[in-house]
Design a protein around this ligand. Sequence first.
Ligand code: ACO
Length: 399
Amino acid sequence: LRKIKTSDDDFGLMTYDPAFMNTASCRSAITLIDGDKGILRYRGYAIEDLAEQSSYIEVAYLLLHGELPNEAQLRKWSHEITHHTFVHEFLRKSMEGFRFDAHPMGKLVSMLGALSTFYPEAKKVRDDKTRRQEIVRIIAKMPTLSAWAYRHAVGRPYVYPDNELSYCGNFLNMIFRMAEPRFEPHPVLERALDILFILHADHEQNCSANAARAVGSAETDPYCSLAAASAALYGPLHGGANEAVLHMLKQIGSVGAVPEFITGVKNGSGRLMGFGHRVYKNYDPRAKVIKKLAHEVFEVTGKNPLLEIALELEKIALNDDYFVKRKLYPNVDFYSGMIYQAMGFPVDMFPVLFAIPRASGWLAQWQEMLQDPEQKIARPRQIYTGADLRPYVPMSERA
Ligand code: ACO
């Protein structure tokens, strides 16, 4: 980590790589993606195995600690998370300052930042004990903040955490409870949400993880670092694609209209949303799990009428030269929106549903960055393209 320069006048060696297409910004032992083979692993475990056999809370532990917990460790971890789910009343009151139609993701970004003012000790990011405490707090409070953002939008009274329930059961109760004592989710739907949380927990150096690392590299506290990560996820190119898939399927309208729509895409009318990925040049392994999950969920909720259109779209695209040649396959967003919609979530909650589990990935990335002795404050160089030195022009002489 030193500047490569032969003299003071030497500009030095520099690489120009906008969007980091070919530049690794860190070394990481958390998540592996092999885009050509369609492989995704957390800490060496295949995503398919984790989705089938783990719970989200177990996966969060794995991402943060490097190993799967044994029974006693999982019990302790779940207990700690469950007992930090409550959020300060002042923060709940601050929600009233938002407009009734404020986007829930905007509220989540703000509340994450605001939480840092309640825990000023969180700035001791180099202290192991403090860091662990804040990690637990954030994972615990994400569902509460998210559910309150939703209840504010629909004008229903806030529901407080119920620590008898599972991580997802508690979240669903805080979202959907209408009457005493509780909202009882169908076990298939509760497990489906847990699986979706596992699939979204981390994805190595994506835009939001990169934001968490870059902001955290200034030793900013984890609440503000995660507010920055959530802000990155809020962008339509990152966390908003599953919403776009639903709009597209609605616009197509029927199975019979699919071939004409595909022809239009090939002729440049727009992109097939939920298809293609910067890294995966094969079927996104998360999409495979989600496709199977969609069928299980629709057994309970009744079929989402958009599913037939989606299946037809996939069938035609996977056999069409245009998509085959460009290695365009369904990505994680192709089926997830349909599941969320069938569960009763409004479309603007989709990025929030992404942010809740991704918090564990952001925190794992943030922690790894702080523990890496080679990481310094993130500070890229630039290629200056502006004017050379010129004489200052007084106001009276300016045109
Ligand atoms: N539909 C039609 N054609 C496409 C699509 C698509 N979804 N994606 C890429 N292509 C075509 C491009 O037009 C281009 O064709 P050309 O070579 O004839 O010009 C070629 O495939 C390569 O496309 P790029 O834009 O270079 O691919 P890139 O890797 O930069 O883009 C991206 C990846 C942004 C995901 C793109 O595939 C896309 O826009 N997909 C639709 C949006 C989407 O589903 N996003 C979610 C991604 S997953 C996530 O973020 C969680």
